[in-house]
Design a protein around this ligand. Structure first.
Ligand code: FAD
Ligand code: ZN
Length: 452
């Protein structure tokens, strides 16, 4: 099989043994350890198709790899699989200014695609901290969320067309730029969020939007969660174009600020919220009203891009990731009004079980999305980390929420999928998988256990 692959893809397209870079072992969750049989690097759609045709004939598993920034272990190979990297299938093919759409190859790094859109005078409405490494194909395969979902939606909401290579090498091309197309089943949405289990995404059409008008950014201090909900209500009603509403619980704010060389609030408040909206007098009016009503205790308004960056740096928490290398970042969603009730229960349950653990909360509140950051004393072993999952996801189930709001299921959340999906839903998903990939060669063991 390796000889056939080498003949089809050329020596640069099929690496084996010591030529496979270490980075092919794991995504950013650092949960993968094995090297694959081979690392395939097709440079065209027809090479992707040829590679899959060969692997399908031999019944060898294929693990699609994008920028390896995923947080669920979805791109981790095992020693009996071949990894298929999209990195050489990159570049923006077309920007259609009238249609406000970009045709882009799957291996294009998000930041590169964003830059191309900006040069043409548009916004590419997908953005996240991993922008410098993650790829458009990976963003679609995980249906990534990010920092502006409130305004621009998830990746699938910006996906107009898609090209996918199926397990047997069949190429499905539907690079539609039109917003309207009601001709039967909408296959785009089947592949968005499929985490490499249904097909290999090779190209896509992404919707572009006008460049945003100048923004204002504020960091507000709030006394309690009821005030956070009230501010969200006011902001939604009074700030058209509201583009961010990010909340930090005091544990997260205090620790992140402690690690940074600057101070924003000397006394960390019970809650802090970053608000971002178009530059308009309504922004100041809202903050004044909120201050008068006691909804906010204090607010810092960014006077420069640098000020705004300081707020975001605190929220993005890279300093926390660096200070706590064993940090586990859980990503859940549930009814917005119950997020603090959940956080209080979750903190108490985790600290009762794991003495001396770091537990903190922050999230994209307007999307009902909460991140739970946990670091066990001494880092914790695999069994303990699994127990953290059991505690948090057990509570998510009780609250009727989702165990993965934006990071996907991969391998790390597979055991808990039944907490958020019914048996009937799971069997419908497995029926789709069996139809599109009857031999089960595409990313087996990801999302749900590999069929025997
Ligand atoms: P990979 O990690 O390489 O792969 C992810 C999954 O997609 C795997 O299952 C893989 O098999 C599959 N896959 C990849 N490419 C293809 C393809 N072409 N065809 C088929 N399947 C494919 N995520 C968010 O949602 N929101 C955030 O705000 C966010 N912030 C992040 C910040 C940081 C610092 C980091 C490290 C990660 C963050 N993530 C976030 C997670 C991650 O960046 C996203 O999941 C991203 O979309 C993954 O893209 P990737 O190209 O790195 O995919
Ligand atoms: Zn997030």
């Amino acid at each position: 099989m390796l000889e056939e692959l080498r003949a089809a893809l050329g020596p640069a397209g099929c690496l084996t043994g010591a030529d496979i870079p270490e980075a092919a072992r794991s995504d950013a969750s650092r949960s993968g350890h094995a090297l694959p049989l081979a690392l395939l690097r097709p440079a065209s759609v027809s090479e992707v198709s040829a590679a899959l045709t060969i692997c399908h004939r031999h019944g060898v598993p294929v693990v699609p790899q994008g920028g390896m920034t995923g947080l669920a272990g979805g791109a981790n190979p095992d020693p009996a699989s071949v990894a298929l990297s999209l990195s050489r299938l990159s570049g923006v093919e077309e920007i259609d200014a009238e249609g406000m759409a970009m045709v882009v190859r799957a291996g294009t790094v998000l930041e590169t695609a964003q830059g191309a859109a900006e040069e043409a005078g548009f916004l590419l409405p997908i953005d996240m901290g991993a922008r410098g490494s993650c790829q458009i194909g990976g963003n679609i395969a995980t249906n990534a969320g990010g920092l502006r979902v409130l305004r621009d939606g998830m990746t699938r909401d910006n996906l107009l067309g898609i090209e996918v290579v199926l397990a047997d090498g069949t190429v499905l091309t539907r690079l539609t730029k039109e917003v309207k197309n009601n001709t039967g089943y909408d296959l785009r949405h089947l592949f968005a969020g499929s985490e490499g289990t249904l097909g290999v995404i090779t190209r896509a059409v992404i919707r572009l939007r006008p460049l945003p008008t100048p923004r204002r950014t504020a960091l507000a201090a709030l006394p309690d969660f009821a005030a956070v909900l009230r501010l969200l209500h006011l902001a939604r009603a009074q700030l058209p174009g509201l583009s961010a509403f990010e909340a930090m619980w005091d544990d997260y704010f205090a620790f992140s600020q402690y690690l940074l060389p600057y101070t924003l609030f000397t006394d960390p408040p019970p809650f802090a919220v970053i608000l971002e909206a178009p530059d308009d007098p309504a922004f100041d009016t809202l903050l004044e009203q909120a201050l008068e009503e006691g909804v906010i205790l204090d607010a810092l308004i960014a006077q420069s891009l640098n000020d705004a960056r300081r707020f975001w740096t605190l929220r993005e928490g890279e300093a926390i990731d660096a200070a706590l290398p064993g940090l586990i970042n859980l990503d859940i969603s549930l009814a917005t009004r119950r997020l603090d009730e959940f956080a209080c229960r979750c903190r108490a349950d985790l600290l009762a079980r794991f003495h001396g653990a770091h537990v903190s909360f922050f999230g994209h509140i307007a999307d009902s999305n909460l991140h739970v950051a946990v670091c066990l004393a001494g880092g914790g072993d695999a069994a303990e980390i699994h127990e953290v999952d059991a505690v948090v996801y057990g509570l998510v189930r009780e609250f009727g929420g989702s165990i993965s709001a934006e990071h996907g299921v991969g391998i790390l959340k597979r055991d808990w999928l039944g907490h958020s999906r019914s048996a009937a839903e799971l069997s419908a998903m497995q029926a789709i998988k069996a139809t599109l990939d009857p031999k089960g060669i595409l990313n087996p063991g990801k999302v749900f256990a590999a069929s025997a």
